[in-house]
Design a protein. Structure first.
Length: 203
């Protein structure tokens, strides 16, 4: 008697589960869209309901570059002792100013000694007139990355005041780090400019 009762309960439970499953299946079938395509030319299988819509093209490696670089973007590919190698294949010697994919060599005085014999970094006495292009360039950069050579150097007070007046943020570092930061900002689509002394300037 006990086994008959248990069997009856199991059958009742199984029917209940089957009824719930069919009802859920019918409800979900109405809500979900049909598969986007059959698999390998065969009719769509049940697991195709849960596949991403991977319409062509597919990537062999399975990865995509989120930051797709502008083919016209000019960046720093190598820091030299006396200059910079650019992505265009050109080499710029001396202090460099880059804005809107254009590179300019700055005609500013080399490191000099003051009356006490202390060597002064050219950026510390930089005339704001050398940076006027940052105000007239369009689109106007939002950030200026400054590389002080082998070490970090501060801008002259007048240059700082000028950059603040035209609404430019300034990031100071050594030239190697400044070049890397500048390249990364370009890849992210940021509007940035670079002012840098060659890595050989060690003060």
């Amino acid at each position: 008697m006990y086994s008959t009762l248990a069997r009856t309960q199991r059958l009742t439970t199984s029917k209940l589960y089957a009824t719930c499953y069919r009802a859920t299946r019918q409800y979900s079938d109405k809500r979900r869209p049909p598969p986007s395509h059959p698999r390998d030319g065969q009719p769509a299988r049940e697991d195709d309901w849960f596949q991403y819509d991977m319409k062509a093209p597919l990537l062999d490696a399975g990865f995509a570059n989120v930051f797709e670089a502008d083919p016209n973007m000019v960046s720093i590919t190598e820091n030299l002792t006396t200059g910079f190698r650019l992505s265009t294949g050109h080499t710029a010697y001396g202090p460099l100013l880059m804005v809107n994919n254009t590179a300019f060599t700055l005609k500013i005085p080399p490191p000099t000694e003051d009356k006490n014999g202390t060597v002064i970094n050219p950026l510390a006495v930089l005339d704001p007139g050398a940076l006027r292009i940052l105000d007239v360039a369009r689109p106007k950069p939002e950030l200026l990355v400054v590389g002080g050579g082998a070490n970090i150097s501060q801008l002259s007070p007048r240059a700082k005041q000028y950059l603040t007046s035209i609404g430019l943020q300034v990031v100071m570092s050594n030239t190697r780090f400044a070049s890397s930061t500048f390249n990364t900002l370009l890849e992210e689509g940021r509007s940035a400019a670079l002012l840098a002394l060659p890595c050989g300037v060690c003060i």
